[in-house]
Design a protein around this ligand. Structure first.
Ligand SMILES: Cc1cc2nc3c(=O)[nH]c(=O)nc-3n(C[C@H](O)[C@H](O)[C@H](O)COP(=O)(O)O)c2cc1C
Length: 197
């Protein structure tokens, strides 16, 4: 089972990335192969809306997004981690998602399916405030992104009131919850695969 993690925080050793690493550690412990992308270290331009992807379902912009495209096609599970910025995802994550318009074009314009296998997705997020609806706008974007790339919105880890760099380490349950969810994701997939075979 291949689990791909995408870290969208602009800061090194930040809260969402810490949770993502724990999640991937849990998934590995249950036997998954993992791959991590750290968007702040990558060169990913925003979508130009040139409609180039309508021709062959591929983006015409050549940058590091081309390292991610094949992984998004081949994965069994995707874990997307982004802190909340101005009630939304970070610019790094949004650029990556918008570049997946190429998959949308492939599916909906060219009628070429993306994946025949069931794939699971998890959203990890942290915000500095405790607003009740803090995660709603970001979740709406993540859900439509997952649907576009044929990934089920399977789970989430969302923590409010966590602001300082590394503050998530002081949270009483968060790291453990991330680790356990990573394990559960893989174990559930293995049970399903055994039932199907
Ligand atoms: C540009 C910017 C915008 C932010 N906007 C919000 C916001 O709208 N709501 C909120 O609760 N926290 C906001 N925050 C705080 C971050 O969500 C918080 O510090 C979080 O812990 C950062 O996670 P990270 O360490 O994974 O980057 C913002 C931070 C920055 C830098």
């Amino acid at each position: 089972m291949k689990v791909v993690g995408i870290s969208g925080s602009p800061r090194k050793e930040g809260n969402t990335e810490t949770l993502l690493l724990e999640f991937l550690r849990g998934a590995e412990e249950s036997g998954a192969e993992t791959r991590l992308f750290i968007l702040r270290q990558m060169d990913i331009a925003p979508c130009r809306h040139c409609d180039g992807c309508l021709v062959e379902g591929k983006c015409v912009v050549k940058d590091d997004m081309w390292l991610i495209y094949p992984e998004l096609e081949g994965l069994d599970a995707l874990v997307l981690a982004s802190p909340i910025q101005f009630y939304g995802l970070t610019a790094q994550v949004k650029a990556m998602i918008d570049r997946c318009q190429a998959f949308w074009a492939r599916k909906h314009v060219l009628k070429r399916p993306l994946s025949k296998r069931p794939r699971k997705g998890v959203f990890i997020s942290v915000g500095g405030t405790k607003s009740r609806d803090l995660f709603e706008p970001a979740k709406a974007t993540v859900k439509i992104f997952f649907r576009t790339i044929d990934v089920e919105y399977w789970g989430e880890l969302l923590y409010r009131g966590v602001d300082e760099k590394g503050a998530i380490r002081q949270h009483p349950t968060a790291l453990k919850e991330a680790f356990v969810l990573g394990k559960r994701l893989v174990e559930e997939a293995v049970i399903l695969a055994e039932k199907g075979s």
